[in-house]
Design a protein around this ligand. Structure first.
Ligand code: ADP
Ligand code: MG
Length: 621
């Protein structure tokens, strides 16, 4: 006998609303339907374990079928099944009230996007279906098959049917506009995204012969870390992220109390900004995929990592803005941060060599973490290292000689930083730390530093300018960072020499075509180079900051000075030259210095070439 019923809630208005709101995330319908099948199997297995149902031989599984001719997508499970009363109760009544609940909660949440389940799972399939049929048979002795059908608007039918096997079959009649969900590729993609780690095998278009299981029912993160091998971790990484370069290292999270949290976080090899943005942390709840990169749960900088996190205790039936303020979620987030910091400091202590080798990949992540999270900074600050001009890695404190370098230093004496070693004697003066932002472009400065017996650190990632400002601010008064071309006269001048060269400075300036630049003379330790360009650190940073924000005044060359080296013979004899020669020499010296600082302007380049050709002609006589 066919029974007909009216759905009581004003569902004619509901479906369009649900369809519209869930629209952007239509894909999740398959997750919901498959997850229901998984739940049904779990429930049945529970009954078996309690002795309330009998185990049989058949494998527990979810089978998905596509029938393009009939335009149906079918999901079949051999779980607990439903009786007629259960269908009426769980599908018709509860789910429809679930929909009402959804709407009211959604409105309360300010409609800012929903994560996952709402007890609305089954009805999400109406986002892609114009009609859905359920064929189900309960595990109970002598249960009768049940057939339910509804277009999801306001009517449903329910009747007996002669389903043979225990379990539930959901037949979705896919709407014409949604026919992509009848493509095998689309469905495979959805299974891979949402069902990759579900606990029972999932098959597509099952034939009974050589069928491939599409999911990993026992993902590695569930295993005890003690029992996992490096190769397994790498393989899990490859399979999950399709990244074929091995990760640097990983953290296996495995916690039961005070909340359940399992997962693996990988540190990928990262070379540049673009790759950085490709991090991916997938959030699961009981092996069901919820979302990628939820920054409410995982601190934003940790999203640069790749990994999976399974946390059944995250309240998912709430809005994202609520999640952000949830204490439990904050605890989870803190725990993850701590584990990451522990891993880094642990590795630095136990395997410094590996740590140093990985540093170029790690440093951007670590520095970003420090910038974003003071807590993280205080945890990892002792393992933030810098490469110096000799390729040696050390902490800033060790570099600046503030305290003894960590054990493992090879006993060789530290190269002196410019005036930097005064830290002990004079606590008030910040230690000057010279840094290189471009080892090739600043090669001449590096050479000068080297031959003067000075050292500098390399800060050449895009995040370093921000990071050194942060360090100056966090460690107030401890360090002063100067780019290697910012304070050359102080760094390179010969000790105790104060050149008095007013005449030289003035006549050189008068001969220069560039009238903006300041001229200053010093006696350097080395006679090799006639002049260098010096741009005050503060002015340069200010210009860079403006450029970064696209502001006016983005000129990074404000307050530029050319420092003449009176130890160099060309400079030493400059004042005695004829006016003609002065002009030639001054500009040529300036171009040379500029070339080592950065590129010349086009007209300057022209002039420089002309002069050089002139010199060559004279040279060959
Ligand atoms: P939820 O899964 O959050 O309870 P759903 O709308 O997905 O909400 O499902 C409603 C209810 O319908 C389930 O709780 C379950 O009792 C029943 N149900 C749905 N699908 C199945 C199935 N494949 N087998 C058995 N029962 C099911
Ligand atoms: Mg469900």
């Amino acid at each position: 006998m066919v029974k007909q019923g009216n759905i009581q809630i004003s569902s004619e208005n509901m479906m369009p609303i649900i369809k519209k709101w869930l629209y952007s995330d239509k894909d999740i319908f398959l997750r919901e339907i498959v997850a229901n099948g998984i739940d049904a199997i779990t429930k049945y297995k529970k009954l078996i374990s309690m002795g309330e149902a009998n185990a049989d031989e058949s494998e527990f599984s979810i089978k998905i079928f596509i029938d393009k001719d009939a335009k149906t997508l079918t999901v079949e499970d051999n779980g607990i099944g439903m009786t007629e009363e259960e269908v009426e109760k769980y599908i018709t009544q509860i789910a429809f009230s679930g929909a009402a609940d959804f709407v009211s909660k959604y409105e309360k949440a300010g409609g800012d996007g929903i994560i996952g389940h709402f007890g609305l799972g089954f009805y999400s399939a109406y986002m892609v279906s114009e009609n859905i049929e359920i064929f189900t048979k309960s595990y109970r002795e002598g249960a009768q098959g049940v057939h339910w059908a509804s277009d999801g608007e306001n009517v449903y039918t329910i009747e007996e049917c002669d389903k043979q096997d225990r379990g539930t079959k959901i037949v979705m009649h896919i709407a014409t506009e949604e026919k992509e969900f009848l493509e095998e590729g689309t469905i495979r993609g959805l299974i891979e995204k949402y069902c990759a780690f579900m606990p029972y095998p999932i098959y597509l278009n099952y034939t009974g012969k050589d069928d491939k299981v599409l999911n990993t029912t026992q993902p590695l993160y569930l295993k005890n870390p003690k029992d996992c091998t490096d190769e397994e971790y790498k393989e899990f990484y490859r399979n999950t992220f399709h990244d074929y370069s091995d990760p640097l290292f990983w953290i296996h999270l495995n916690m039961e109390y005070p909340f359940r949290l399992k997962g693996i976080l990988y540190f990928p090899k990262v070379k540049n900004k673009v790759e950085l943005e490709r991090g991916q942390v997938k959030l699961y709840c009981n092996q069901v995929f919820i979302a990628d990169n939820i920054k409410e749960v995982i601190p934003e900088y940790l999203l640069l990592l790749k990994g999976v996190i399974d946390c059944p205790d995250i309240p998912l039936n709430v809005s994202r803005s609520f999640l952000q303020n949830d204490r439990q979620v904050q605890k989870i987030s803190k725990h993850i941060t701590k584990k990451v910091a522990d891993k880094l400091t642990g590795l630095y202590k136990t395997d410094q060599e590996k740590f140093e080798k990985s540093w170029s990949d790690l440093s951007v992540f670590v520095k970003l973490g420090c910038l974003k999270d003071e807590d993280f900074y205080s945890k990892v600050k002792d393992c933030v290292i810098f490469k110096d001009l000799n390729g040696k890695y050390q902490t800033l404190e060790a570099f600046a000689g503030i305290k003894e370098p960590e054990k493992g230093a090879d006993g060789e004496t530290q190269t002196q930083t410019a005036e930097g070693q005064g830290g002990e004697k004079d606590k008030k003066e910040p230690v000057k730390i010279y840094y290189v932002s471009d080892e090739v472009g600043q090669a001449q400065y590096i050479n000068m530093f080297r031959s003067a017996g000075l050292n500098a650190i390399v800060c050449d990632t895009f995040i370093d300018p921000h990071f050194i400002s942060y360090l100056e601010y966090k460690e107030t008064g401890k360090y002063q960072f100067l780019r290697i071309d910012a304070d050359v006269d102080a760094a390179l001048k010969a000790d105790g020499e104060k050149a008095d060269a007013k005449e030289l400075e003035e006549s050189f300036k008068a001969a220069l075509k560039n009238t903006q630049i300041a001229v200053k003379a010093e006696k350097f330790k080395s006679a090799d180079i006639p002049a260098v360009i010096n741009v005050a650190e503060f002015s340069r940073r200010f210009g860079e900051m403006n450029a970064f924000y696209g502001l006016a005044g983005a000129d990074t060359d404000r307050d530029m000075t050319i420092v003449l080296n009176t130890a160099n013979p060309v400079i030493a004899s400059f004042v005695s030259l004829s006016e003609d020669k002065k002009s030639f020499v001054a500009n040529q010296v300036y171009y040379l210095a500029m070339l080592s600082y950065k590129k010349l302007a086009p007209e300057e380049m022209n002039d420089f070439s002309k002069n050089t050709v002139e010199l060559l002609k004279q040279y060959i006589g």
